[in-house]
Design a protein. Structure first.
Length: 152
């Protein structure tokens, strides 16, 4: 299990290689990479600034990661989330789940990103052609996360 919050970029291939190196119990790895778009609705985005609360952010990401490991048989997990000023095309987040079997890895990775979108304490400010705009929570993200509630 690994969680990192960092300003600097990451190398997807190197991260996944490190996750699986010398691990012969892994039969599948799934990953999700989030990127900065250049458009939001009808506004052009020139950059996005992600702010977070150090300490609290890592704690919440670790909680989400631990929940995934409790729900699925996983061999390894990884969450790397960036903060600071990012431009269109820059990588924001990498979530990866490794398991002996693909279905466990797929479900866990999907869970990780759904929950990160709604529970990770990041604040996003988009620099748009219409001026700066804070990114509000989306009901579609809440609905995606709600499908993972244990009571359902």
């Amino acid at each position: 299990m690994a969680v990192r919050v960092q300003r600097e970029d990451f190398d997807i291939g190197a991260e996944l290689d490190a996750l699986t190196r010398d691990r012969h119990d892994i039969g599948a790895v799934t990953s999700f990479v989030g990127l900065v778009r250049d458009i939001a609705g009808d506004a052009r985005i020139g950059a996005m600034t992600l702010e977070h609360y150090p300490g609290m952010t890592e704690k919440e990401l670790a909680r989400v990661e631990a929940e995934a490991n409790a729900r699925w048989q996983l061999s390894a997990t990884l969450i790397v989330h960036r903060f600071g000023r990012l431009e269109p095309g820059d990588r924001i987040v990498l979530c990866a789940a490794a398991s002996p079997h693909r279905e466990q890895a797929f479900e866990a990775c999907h869970f990780l990103i759904d929950w990160l979108k709604t529970s990770a304490p990041f604040w996003k400010l988009e620099d748009t052609d219409k001026g700066p705009q804070w990114v509000d929570a989306k009901t579609t993200d809440d609905a995606a996360a709600a499908r993972w509630n244990k009571s359902q």
